[in-house]
Design a protein around this ligand. Structure first.
Ligand SMILES: [Zn+2]
Length: 116
């Protein structure tokens, strides 16, 4: 296979074949996302009616400023803090429960009943 290009190295100032580039002369590449474009958090949004003054806002920062000025609080964008693990029920658990019932086991449901 013929060598294609001979290029000047920025690291040492010498010339190297591009297909046989010395590994220690490689410049570090900047870290890039796998996404094809950067994520943009724009200030614009579809017009939203503010309950405080009844006007429509298309700017998130303006909407937040009015909310804050009127003593309101923006909710629903807070960090998730509930990290409880959900106990999942498997097919084996269901099979085991059915087997217990068939063997005569009856759960004591009265102890778990709600008070009047
Ligand atoms: Zn070099």
């Amino acid at each position: 296979m013929p060598r294609t290009r001979f290029r000047r190295c920025r690291a040492c100032g010498e010339y190297h074949w591009t297909d046989a580039w010395p590994a220690n002369h490689v410049e570090p590449q900047p870290e890039r996302s796998a996404l094809p474009a950067p994520m943009l958090a724009l200030d614009t949004m579809d017009a939203l009616w503010h309950p405080h003054d009844g006007r429509l806002y298309e700017s998130k920062s303006e909407f937040r400023a009015i909310t804050k000025a009127s003593g309101g609080e923006e909710v629903g964008n807070d960090t998730q803090t509930d990290n409880r693990k959900v106990d999942t029920v498997t097919r084996d658990d269901v099979g085991e429960a059915i087997q217990k019932l068939n063997q005569g086991y009856r759960p004591n449901v009265q102890s778990e009943a709600l008070p009047n």
